[in-house]
Design a protein around this ligand. Structure first.
Ligand code: NDP
Length: 450
């Protein structure tokens, strides 16, 4: 049976690759899902007959557009904008915008595809989408970022809406960018609506939204560790990245009694054996969110080790929280983590582990929480922001945090339900993929061939 399934996955993937040439990250994300879902689809022929795998890997709509803008010297710059509307079976398209020079169609299709399953796992009524641009906010003035965001929205506005498609932040898109995008949308449409999430608190944002992805990834790590009868107290955590997800992962680790010892950016990583306590974290937030500096400055200030051009995975830790970008843990990194005694990996970033790294984790039978489950807290609180916008009623910090914690616990339970094998080992990859798939697939069948 296994061989037959391998052949089926192979045939499916060769067609997908031929149809989507050069989109390696999309191929990687699709293969992981198809591999874990193919046995389930074979056992449940209704999904096969409805050609759900073929339909779910094809975006409902892809929008690509020119984004011209004037830099501070008065010169015209041109970037490319994208929005991938992947699947709206269970709700309006929902997913972040990424502004980074590496952005291309394949990366956004991988992210939009992952988003479909992630949003389904949250149990909230949200379809999947993703967008962005190859624009690099680094080194740009606030005015340049504003002019870019306005030009980007001059096209995007006609494709989005509170009941159609609700973008949010991702790499390179934080509170500043969401503000500029929202301002331009409001100006063009003459309506104040919840069309973007991650908004400022004073104008429709939700408490806990900035914290949600990092907090959620740590809650997920805690749930995984609980299955071993343990908790996060005294645990050493290696965290990568130093942006939104990384910062709030560190904050939550500190709150739950753990100790984060690393952070990174595209220049390298810092290792602080005494732990990144709340005071040092405040420095990182100021450095990254306001001064927009480099993580190396942390090492200079606190006199700790800085390793240029490397990632932190060879440092000894109990848990790893990759929170920077895709494919940032390779096979060698994964082997180093396992060898050094790491017991849990909770992916704050999207697809940070390569397929070879995932194989190392699964073979070693450590707790491995894939991004579509572990980092779903961000979009879950975006969903709660949409609810509050519709009700025109803000919830308290405790209310949102409690709901976030409950959602992460439920996602963990779903993974256990579909991912636990006969030996008791929980394969969270299979659990998240099947758990996310069923609801979307059933809705697609119910809605006919559209
Ligand atoms: P930010 O832009 O706030 O931070 C990104 C961090 O990752 C920065 O430290 C950045 O360093 C580093 N980084 C980005 N690209 C690279 C790269 N190619 N190589 C090395 N380092 C890199 O983004 P977020 O924290 O919002 O996002 C981090 C990850 O979490 C992404 O994978 C994102 O998709 C995922 N995610 C985010 C959610 C959210 O709510 N924000 C929700 C769910 C997932 P530098 O400044 O040097 O570029």
């Amino acid at each position: 049976m296994e061989n037959v399934l391998d052949v089926k996955v192979g045939v499916f993937m060769s067609k997908l690759i031929a149809k989507n040439p050069g989109e390696s990250e999309f191929h990687q994300a699709a293969k992981e899902v198809v591999e874990s879902i193919m046995p389930f689809v074979e056992e449940n022929p209704k999904y096969k007959h409805a050609r759900i795998l073929e339909r779910i890997t094809e975006p409902e709509r892809v929008i690509m557009f020119r984004v011209p803008w004037l830099d501070d010297k008065g010169e015209i710059q041109v970037n490319r904008g994208f929005r991938i509307e992947m699947n709206s079976a269970i709700g309006p398209y929902k997913g972040g915008l990424r502004f980074h020079p590496t952005v291309n169609l394949g990366i956004l299709k991988f992210l939009a595809f992952e988003q479909v399953f992630k949003n389904s796992l949250t149990t909230l009524p949200m379809g999947g989408g993703k967008g962005g641009s190859d624009f690099d906010p680094k080194g740009k003035s606030d005015n340049e970022v504003m002019r870019f965001c306005q030009s980007f929205m001059n096209e995007l506005y006609r494709h989005i809406g509170g009941d159609t498609d609700i973008p949010a932040g991702d790499i390179g898109v934080g509170g500043r960018e969401i503000g500029f995008l929202f301002g331009q949308y409001k100006k063009i449409k003459n309506e104040f609506t919840g069309v973007l999430t991650g908004k400022g608190l004073e104008w429709g944002g939700s408490l806990i939204r900035p914290e949600a992805t990092g907090y959620g990834a740590v809650y997920f790590a805690e749930e995984m560790i609980k299955t071993k009868g343990d908790d996060l107290k005294g645990k050493i955590a290696a965290v990568s990245g130093s942006g939104n997800v990384a910062q709030y992962s560190v904050e939550k680790i500190n709150q739950l009694g753990g100790k984060a010892v690393t952070l990174s950016d595209s220049g390298g990583y810092i290792y602080d054996p005494d732990g990144i306590d709340n005071e040092k974290l405040a420095y990182v937030m100021e450095l990254k969110n306001i001064k927009r500096g480099r993580i190396k400055e942390y090492a200079d200030k606190y006199k700790v080790k800085y390793v240029e051009g490397e990632r932190p995975w060879k440092e000894k830790c109990d848990i790893a929280l990759p929170s920077a970008t895709q494919n940032e843990i390779n096979e060698e990194d994964a082997e180093a983590l396992v060898k050094n005694g790491c017991v849990a990996v909770s992916e704050g970033a999207n697809m940070p582990s390569t397929p070879e790294a995932v194989e190392v984790f699964l073979k070693a039978k450590i707790l491995f929480g894939p991004g579509k489950a572990a980092n779903a807290g961000g979009v879950a609180v975006s969903g709660l922001e949409m609810t509050q916008n519709s009700m025109r009623l803000p919830w308290s910090r405790e209310e949102v945090d409690n709901r976030l914690r409950m959602i992460m616990t439920n996602i963990h339970e779903t993974c256990v339900k579909y991912g636990k094998d006969k030996s008791g080992f929980i394969n969270y990859v299979i659990g998240a993929n099947i758990g996310g798939f069923i609801k979307v697939a059933d809705a697609m069948i119910a809605q006919g061939v559209v």
